[in-house]
Design a protein around this ligand. Sequence first.
Ligand code: IDP
Ligand code: MG
Length: 142
Amino acid sequence: MAIQRTLSIIKPDAVAKNVIGKIYSRFESNGLKVIASKMAWLSPQEAGEFYGVHKERPFFKDLVSFMISGPVMIQVLEGEDAITKNRDLMGATDPKKAEPGTIRADFAESIDANAVHGSDAEETARGEIAFFFPAMNVYAGR
Ligand code: IDP
Ligand code: MG
């Protein structure tokens, strides 16, 4: 295992539920460190570009509409095996199928409003981090 970085987004449903702190606490108590963060209200262009990989999928329009429905909290997490660890903490995409105790099982309502995003591989993590954070705003090791 190696120290990795991954991009996490707390989606508009979870921000509206006022559970940013509870979700951060899951990261911190599982060895993931927040090394960059910001709140943002994404434009349709930004959300569409971020989820560009899904643009041919039937749910793309709904996904973009949902992601721009309110502010989101965006963070870079760092730690041992951070990409898989964050995905494990998140739980399955559909909260009804997510393991008990995962973020999506505990805080999400539906496959659309599913509380969190997490990068799925090293390559996507690098691209997603660069999309939101210039390198000078990632504060690891300072
Ligand atoms: P992930 O967020 O678990 O990585 P992806 O397959 O990458 O899941 O899908 C991105 C997002 O698109 C999901 O988090 C979810 O919000 C939405 N999504 C995925 N599949 C569906 C679907 O079948 N119906 C509606 N929304 C979906
Ligand atoms: Mg994904």
